[in-house]
Write a protein that binds this ligand. Structure first.
Ligand code: SF4
Length: 297
């Protein structure tokens, strides 16, 4: 990646933003470990097995568990909307910055508690899309668990991580007020606002305004539906995950194919295939969530 940004900057930035990034949600739907086991950020930020003081343990045990990764993720996607995906220097600066922060924060915490399970901008979508893995994948980094992250570790158990982050309020509507629950409810609107606004290359303030409206409207619509229908969290959360992933691929697939030089026809086929894949994931996820056997820890 570094060499590509130096010797072939434009191609590398395009392949990164429209090749690698669009693949990630699909890997999380299959199992978050598919990426987490090979992620270079995780490798370079992995902390020691034990540390004198468990940094962040208190925060991760609090109702604010899961909040730390949400804001960096939304900010990063908003930044991308200002033209980052056609800016190799900006892309390089972003990756170098995230890498540097990951190493500093990660090495101060035990195992993954310093960065991966706390500040990583991918964490919110790993948890949302990874909540009902399609396959079982062994975690390659933690042979034995030290419980470095008291709640929400997707390497330990993706379904349990989602339930833990929603907390005891998941039996009512309070889960919508937790950082992870609020993110899940607001994210579909954020995706629609991003893809409907960015192509017009709006001014930064207009983009941020549109994204904020998307987040708020989406949250309120979801809260109203949950209130009116009484749908339990174990069906609502996978539905929100599928809705976000489906919307993402419906918009991103044709754009990614076009950015990589493919034709409209291929873009349409990949769009239909990706949305069908998400729909099949959703059917399986709600079936499992509905069956008593899938009740998380
Ligand atoms: S599996 Fe255990 S030790 Fe590994 S990151 Fe998760 S909580 Fe930490």
């Amino acid at each position: 990646m570094a060499a590509g940004l130096v010797f072939q900057p434009a191609v590398t930035a395009t392949v990164f933003w429209w090749g690698l990034v669009p693949l990630l949600p699909a890997t999380f739907l299959v199992h978050p470990g598919l990426w987490r086991n090979v992620c270079p950020l995780a490798t370079l930020s992995m902390g020691p097995d034990t540390v004198p003081i468990r940094l962040g343990a208190a925060a991760e045990a609090s109702p604010w568990a899961g909040a730390a990764g949400v804001l960096p993720f939304l900010a990063l996607v908003a930044w991308r909307g200002t033209g980052l995906d056609s800016d190799p220097a900006g892309t390089g600066a972003l990756l170098a910055g995230v890498l540097g922060f990951a190493v500093v924060a990660g090495r101060r915490g035990e195992r993954r508690s310093g960065f991966c399970n706390r500040f990583c901008p991918l964490l919110p979508v790993e948890r949302l899309y990874g909540q009902r893995p399609w396959v079982e994948i062994q975690d390659s980094r933690c042979a034995s668990c030290t419980l470095c992250t008291p709640r929400g570790c997707v390497d330990l158990s993706p379904p349990a991580a989602a339930a833990q982050l929603l907390g005891p309020g998941r039996r009512g509507m309070e889960w919508l007020l937790t950082p992870f629950g609020a993110f899940a409810a607001a994210f579909p609107g954020f995706i629609v606002a991003w893809f409907r606004t960015v192509p017009a290359s709006p001014a930064v303030l207009n983009l941020l305004g549109a994204l904020a409206v998307g987040l708020v409207v989406s949250w309120f619509v979801v809260a109203a539906v949950v209130r009116w229908s009484g749908v339990p969290w174990r069906l609502a959360l996978p539905t929100l995950g599928a809705l976000a992933a489906g919307l993402y691929y419906a918009y991103a697939a044709p754009r990614a194919v076009a950015a990589l030089g493919g034709g409209a026809g291929l873009g349409r086929w990949i769009q239909v295939g990706a949305v069908a894949f998400v729909a099949a994931w959703w059917i399986r996820a709600v079936r499992r969530a509905g069956s008593r056997g899938a009740r998380p820890v």
